[in-house]
Design a protein around this ligand. Structure first.
Ligand SMILES: [Zn+2]
Length: 147
């Protein structure tokens, strides 16, 4: 019985690299729709199930997601949705791992480009105003472990 590990660079649930600059840089991630994470998790489970079937696997052992800190997705809510939705799917016995993707910010004062794992408006180097440079907006199914 060998484990197969697949890597899927594809984006789940239509998330792309959503630049915070498009949203004015402030308050992005607020005002989420209710059940946002549940519908994302449904897509994740569907995609994972389809990949497992394609690989001829019986079960999904592990699902790894990469969640950008600016994606507006709450990891705890994803885990909660996973627990509620996995029954009856090939992922019923699977472990969910969530890896956070940082965003790269840029300081308007000193030009520093700190990579941070949480939203911040103050430069860690000089205290100046930060804007988002890139990254942090993705939600990606990064790895599946199948059996
Ligand atoms: Zn600075």
């Amino acid at each position: 019985m060998s484990d197969r590990i697949g890597r899927f660079p594809g984006i789940v649930a239509g998330f792309g690299r959503i630049g915070v600059a498009q949203r004015g840089g402030i308050g992005y991630g607020l005002g989420r729709r209710p059940m946002h994470e549940a519908s994302i998790m449904e897509s994740v489970l569907e995609t994972a199930g389809a990949e497992a079937a394609k690989a001829g696997a019986q079960r999904i052992l592990r699902i790894r997601l990469r969640v950008g800190i600016l994606s507006g997705v709450v990891p705890d809510a994803l885990e909660f949705a996973f627990e509620g939705l996995k029954e009856g799917t090939p992922a019923a016995g699977a472990t969910l791992e969530i890896e956070q993707e940082p965003a790269v910010f840029r300081c308007l004062e000193c030009g520093a480009r700190p990579e941070l794992f949480e939203m911040s408006f103050a430069c860690p180097a000089c205290g100046g105003a930060l804007i988002v440079d890139h990254g942090g907006g993705q939600l990606e199914l990064s790895q599946l472990e199948l059996n």
